[in-house]
Design a protein around this ligand. Structure first.
Ligand code: TYD
Ligand code: MG
Length: 446
């Protein structure tokens, strides 16, 4: 069949396609990422005799097998463990514990009889072996390859139950030009791993470094290519780590895994509520407590606000753990519906423990922490505040109130404020106040 070569120019960062070469990609604005790609195009159509594809009914197809990782927090985030032929990208800052977590996983699987391959393009065999023995992950079935050539590494695969590539930025695809870590190398390496994982039905994990902006380094396409993207993060100096899925073809993305880095690797956090809440006496103006949902788990969150008279022409508004827009909105509702003016006040909000409040059920606690600091009056330290604040100052019900109240009761909270539209029953021994509006909540809490 006659063929001709056609050249097109593809951005390795965002996938933008052009018919002419260019220095700067119009799609993502990056320089030097548009590369020539030669396509072999057949000049004849497909022969009429070629056999047609025969689609199959979905009912005859079996779902792929799952292999639990042996680490409950990781399985919770992935929706049940590794999937046959599934490719996971694990991103996180250097030193956060990606290699540690994956070595522990490999050790667990090897101990339970699977053969696993850990490929390191970053560390020497003796360094990985030393760490594995410290973690208690050194086991017969754990095989190690310290090599940067991805083709050779994947060529050694046979009946492995899991493969870890640490990291996708350190590996080099011999069929592609450029240094390891460049967008084209990362893309080629990832594609080779994905093809191998799918053809052999082996689950694979690619470790990915992240940039200063928090994105996984390499082409944006990388996240589209893999099945699951996990992000491992933690505050500087804190031993706690959170693991979230930002993309998951085999499960949800709302669960969070919580770990603590210790002397012998990462351990699951047993009582996660203690992570974000210090059980000391919180009878201080500006502190409000709530229970937020992180996936299927209820966690106590402590919101702290500081409102102090300003010495600036424009008062300062700073928020950590929530957005400044949310802060502006709640201050406007407090002014309009509750008569609390903050125009002469600098306002700072912080959510303790580095938690990110995504749950609208925390609105009431945010608003009351602001009011508490502005009025210099403390809220009760055993009261849990649950409610979404609407633009007209109404308190709306939140999801899973029953579960949140039970968690608060378990931890010793004796009262709670919820929306009057809430239908959930209060746990025994807990005094639950039902309020219609923010102004009513403020009046009831004094
Ligand atoms: P590492 O897994 O190498 O991080 P990454 O692969 O994400 O770059 O983790 C390195 C950090 O973890 C290092 O600062 C030391 C710390 N650590 C412990 O505190 N305890 C341990 O048992 C291990 C293995 C590492
Ligand atoms: Mg590492």
């Amino acid at each position: 069949m006659a063929k001709k070569n056609e050249v097109r120019y593809v951005c390795s960062e965002c996938g933008y396609v052009s018919l002419s070469p260019m220095g700067r990609c119009p799609g993502c604005g990056e320089w030097g990422t548009v590369e020539a790609e030669v396509l072999s195009v057949s000049t004849e159509g497909r022969k009429s005799g070629s056999s047609p594809l025969s689609p199959r009914s979905i009912l005859g197809l079996k779902p792929p097998k799952r292999l639990p990782s042996g680490i409950g927090e990781l399985d919770r985030v992935m929706g049940g463990g590794w999937v046959e032929g599934g490719v996971v990208l694990l991103g996180g800052q250097p030193g956060i514990g990606k290699s540690t977590l994956l070595l522990q996983v490999c050790g667990n699987l090897a101990r339970s009889g699977s053969k696993v391959l850990y490929v390191s393009g970053e560390e020497s065999a003796s360094q990985v072996a030393l760490r594995a023995s410290r973690l208690g992950a050194d086991s017969e079935g754990l095989e190690l390859l310290c090599i940067a050539d991805v083709e050779m590494a994947l060529g050694s695969l046979n009946d492995h139950g899991l493969v870890v590539i640490d990291s996708v930025q350190a590996m080099k695809d011999p069929g592609e030009g450029g240094w390891p870590g460049t967008p084209s190398q990362v893309r080629a390496t990832a594609q080779r791993c994905i093809d191998t994982a799918k053809s052999k039905g082996i689950p694979m994990v690619l470790v990915g470094h992240i940039t200063k902006e928090g994105r996984i380094a390499g082409p944006m396409l990388l996240e589209h290519m893999v099945d699951t993207v996990l992000l491992f993060s933690g505050d500087d100096g804190s031993p706690y780590r959170t693991l979230r899925a930002t993309k998951n073809r085999y499960g949800g993305t709302d669960e969070v895994g919580l770990f603590q880095m210790g002397e012998r690797g990462l351990n699951p956090v047993d009582d996660p509520s203690g992570l974000y809440w210090d059980r000391g006496d919180q009878s201080v103006p500006g502190v409000a407590l709530t229970v937020v949902m992180e996936g299927s788990r209820a966690l106590v969150a402590e919101v702290q606000a500081l409102a102090a008279s300003t010495s600036f022409a424009y008062p300062r508004r700073t928020a950590r753990g929530t957005s400044v827009n949310k802060l502006h909105l709640l201050l406007a509702v407090l002014q309009k519906r509750c008569g609390l003016t903050s125009s002469g006040l600098d306002v700072y909000v912080n959510v303790a423990g580095g938690m990110d409040l995504r749950d609208p059920g925390a609105d009431l606690a945010l608003a009351l922490s602001l009011a508490s600091s502005a009025m210099d009056r403390a809220l009760p330290s055993d009261c849990c505040l649950l409610g979404e604040v609407g633009l007209v100052g109404e308190i709306r019900p939140v999801g899973r109130t029953g579960q949140r109240l039970r968690e608060a009761a378990r931890l010793g909270f004796r009262s709670a404020v919820v929306s009057a539209r809430e239908k959930e029953e209060a746990p025994r021994g807990m005094d639950v106040m039902a309020v219609r509006s923010l102004a009513e909540a403020m009046a009831r809490l004094g």
